[in-house]
Design a protein around this ligand. Structure first.
Ligand SMILES: [Zn+2]
Length: 457
């Protein structure tokens, strides 16, 4: 496959690999009303695709510290012994980043720090690396890179769901294996455990392990003299926001307690500038401290409430419905959802067996009996009509369950499809664009349903 095509496919994968949010907001799928919370900067993740497009000169963060903007930024610390780069953007973006940063470079690429194994952070590594360049990553980076590469066919297929316009509509079960062969791989020369310090041209760099955010292999880079912290995706694309501790695209579990500990570590550094690898730096010691504490406390609240509920014998759906951030800890759910995190914590701790039905342990799911139940209920017409009644009463999830049953029995049942469409539209309206992943999924399903109904647009 031509490299250009591979790059463009990969360039789109970054969204699914961890970045996606939108601005406005309303309520979760459960139907409970909830206040909309905007991130401080008012940024929306969808703006990332155009972020930095007009940049012609390096953005100076501090003396000797610069950024080239793109979907994934390239961060540069120029020293008299050469350049240290922290994250290098998407595959195919290095040429432009090099042009932008050329006026402030001091010479060779001394070191590249890759904050985690996502393509929007490591993509430019091979284009930046020279003979003798040190490449630093966490010791769990290799395992993360392995599984993300091994799963390319299924992950790319999921990207098609989330990005129907951009990811080629090709059967990933057939070509995914080929894409996997071309998937960029980074070979670190230094693997960091918990901490690692180095000095280049008189500048001290401290690498610290900050798991729990966009994966176990997340690291940050601290410049103690300048009090600048490069945060990779520790905070995702928005700041502050509720972290994406469970991504519906599908990735290994991300754990709440290690994330809280990572935040504790960052708070103790008392950073004056945060430099995430998406959007602009965040400046201001007090503001940063307040938002870090709020984020830490919000995650702790959700974690502790989930554990308490589990121990009290409540089921996971009850907890998804009940657990909310208190007013003083309200954060944007543009990227991560509290309810999905609740379920992620539950299943991350005790797995998928809910102890509800013995059938959970075996390979015949309840929906396999839907056709029989629909027949007993009087056919798909009757079941779709019940779904319609729920929809009209403002219960889109119950309506969806009934339409799913009817459609399992009769795939093209028109009224069942119409009920499904109506329910999806209500959920989309309730989300109001708040959570970008939720929006993309709902819009995908709405499109499919409209197509099945022969509706245009
Ligand atoms: Zn990212």
């Amino acid at each position: 496959m031509p490299r250009r095509i591979v790059w463009s496919v990969l360039a789109l994968a970054w969204f699914a690999l961890g970045c996606g949010a939108d601005e406005r907001a309303a309520s979760s799928g459960s139907g409970a009303e909830k206040k909309i919370v905007e991130p401080d900067g008012g940024r929306a993740t969808r703006e990332l695709t155009s972020f930095g497009k007009d940049q012609t000169e390096p953005h100076e963060i501090a003396e000797g510290v610069y950024q080239a903007w793109a979907v994934g930024n390239t961060n540069l610390v120029a020293t008299r012994e050469g350049d240290v780069l922290i994250d290098v953007g998407l595959p195919g973006g290095a040429e432009r980043a090099k042009e932008i940063l050329a006026p402030v470079r001091h010479g060779k690429t001394h070191t590249i720090v890759v904050t985690h194994a996502h393509q929007d952070h490591l993509g430019g590594t091979s284009e930046w690396a020279e003979d003798g360049t040190e490449i630093i990553a966490h010791e769990t980076f290799l395992e993360t890179q392995r599984y993300l590469t091994e799963l390319v066919p299924i992950l790319m297929a999921r990207n098609q769901v989330f990005y129907p316009e951009e990811v080629p509509d090709v059967p990933m079960n057939l070509v995914g294996g080929l894409i996997r062969r071309f998937y960029p791989q980074v070979e670190p020369t230094i693997l960091v455990d918990d901490e690692y310090a180095f000095e280049v041209g008189g500048v001290r760099f401290e690498v610290i392990h900050t798991p729990g955010a966009e994966g176990e292999d997340s690291i940050c880079v601290w410049l103690p003299e300048k009090k600048i912290l490069f945060t990779g995706d520790l905070f995702g694309p928005l700041f502050p926001m509720f972290p994406n501790l469970y991504t519906i695209r599908g990735e290994k579990f991300r754990f709440a307690v290690p994330y809280i500990e990572s935040l504790e570590r960052v708070i103790a550094l008392e950073p004056e500038i945060l430099v995430p690898s998406h959007f602009e730096p965040i400046v201001g010691k007090e503001r940063i401290r307040a938002d870090l504490i709020k984020t830490r406390d919000a995650v702790r609240h959700v974690h502790d409430a989930t554990v308490e509920g589990m121990n009290a014998g409540k089921d996971v759906y009850t907890l998804m419905r009940e657990i909310r951030l208190p007013e003083e800890l309200a954060l944007s759910e543009g990227h991560g959802r509290v309810s999905w995190t609740v379920r992620g914590i539950w299943e991350g701790y005790v797995g998928w067996f809910q102890f509800r039905s013995t059938t959970e342990l075996y390979d015949v799911p309840r929906w396999q009996l839907d056709s029989e139940v629909v027949e007993m209920a009087g056919g798909a017409d009757a079941v779709a009509a019940r779904g319609r009644a729920h929809l009209e009463a403002g219960r889109p999830l119950e309506a969806l369950h009934f339409s799913d049953m009817a459609l399992t029995a009769d795939e093209g049942h028109e009224e069942a499809l119409r009920v499904r469409l109506g329910a999806l539209e209500v959920l989309d309206e309730r989300n109001a664009g708040e959570n970008h992943s939720e929006l993309l999924w709902l819009r995908h399903r709405i499109g499919e349903t409209r197509e099945a109904l022969g509706l245009s647009g």
